[in-house]
Design a protein around this ligand. Structure first.
Ligand code: PHE
Length: 352
């Protein structure tokens, strides 16, 4: 007799068991199939009993084959059982009611500050500025010393500055990028340097310990105060609209001389005076001035050959003014209920 004939009842059994198990539609009928094939009085058992009818030398091989098939059937059963249990489980896999409307997927969107930053860089790129960057963790040298801050200047005080050690701090302004950039480039240069800055201030609606600035720096031969005024005014008109008026008030910064603060007409009352502008009709938007000769010397430039202007814009403040946001802390809170109003229809609107 050939091997094939010996195996036929075993193969038949496997084929029948496998189609019965995969056809079981619920756990009850699966259990009936298990008893039929694997149970104590099941088909496997009776096949094993039939070994006695075989010639002695064929018995071990036949027995091994039956055990193999038994294991296979057990495996098929276990898989089917796991599958049916999920289906009949707590509803995780339930199809649900296909007539209900679908759930809306929420895709993210641009943060309002990123949106403002994109608008500003667009405006300044259009005026010939390029982008520069510096580190948030900065040396005292770049943040203060090379910017001509006297050693005892109050903003070096630990009240305002987060010091990491006596030489390293979290930058309190983006102005150190001026020095870093000038050290590596020769004029003419025209850059903007946006970034996060840190000051140890108690949070309130207009103060946060982290906020954002954008530095501007233009250095060439014969750069004048009129050039500064032109660029700041152009930016205000492009960002807020041509009705906005700009004025400069004398001020003091150690790294510019002369120094000024730039105001624009209040966007709420348009100049007549309201609570937003402290009834002055004007809102401060930038610090600015002509680069101080000492700063040029620190950067390795000849102050007799070059002049330049610098300005620093508060990005959070610009965002608040443009979009009517009443509390700077909202910009850091990552609350999507607030942020999503700036996302646009799909949340995916792209500037440029
Ligand atoms: N760095 C100044 C500040 O944070 C702003 C400024 C920048 C002023 C550039 C003048 C020139 O207050």
């Amino acid at each position: 007799m050939s091997e094939e004939l010996d195996r036929k009842p075993i193969d038949d059994l496997l084929a029948r068991a496998s189609s019965a198990i995969s056809g079981a539609g619920n756990l009850d009928s699966l259990e009936r199939e298990r008893v039929r094939f694997l149970g104590r009085k099941g088909e496997i058992t009776s096949l094993l009993r039939s070994i006695g009818d075989l010639p002695k030398e064929k018995r071990p091989a036949f027995g091994d084959s039956i055990n193999e098939v038994k294991e296979q059937i057990q495996k098929l059963h276990d898989q089917r059982k796991a599958f049916l249990s999920r289906d009949e489980g707590d509803g995780d896999f339930c199809m649900g009611d296909p007539t209900l409307p679908g759930r809306r997927m929420i895709s993210g969107g641009r943060h309002v500050l990123q949106k403002v930053l994109a608008e500003l860089t667009n405006i300044f790129f259009g005026m010939g500025y390029s982008l520069a960057e510096g580190p948030d963790v900065e040396l005292d040298y770049y943040n203060f010393e090379a910017l001509n801050f006297p050693v005892d200047h109050p903003s070096r005080d630990t009240q305002d500055t987060f010091y990491i050690n006596k030489d390293i701090l979290l930058r309190t302004q983006t102005s150190p990028v001026q020095i870093r950039y000038m050290e590596k480039h020769t004029p003419p240069l025209r850059i903007i340097a946006p970034g996060r800055v840190y000051r140890n201030e108690s949070p309130d609606p207009s103060h946060a310990p982290e906020f954002h600035q954008m530095e501007g720096l233009y250095v060439d031969r014969n750069v004048s105060l009129a050039d500064l005024r032109n660029d700041v005014t152009h930016f205000v008109h492009a960002f807020f609209g041509p009705e906005a008026k700009v004025r400069f008030r004398p001020h003091f910064f150690p790294f510019t001389e002369p120094s000024a603060e730039a105001d624009m007409t209040c966007f709420v009352c348009r100049g007549s005076g309201c609570p937003i502008c402290g009834r002055t009709g004007w809102i401060e938007i930038a610090g600015a001035g002509m680069v101080h000769p000492h700063v040029f010397r620190y950067a390795g430039y000849d102050p007799d050959a070059y002049t330049g202007f610098a300005f620093g814009l508060g990005l959070d403040r610009l965002a608040m003014l443009k979009y009517g946001i009443d509390d700077i802390r909202r910009l850091l809170a990552n609350d999507t209920r607030f942020l999503r109003q700036f996302w646009g229809e799909t949340g995916l609107e792209v500037l440029e």
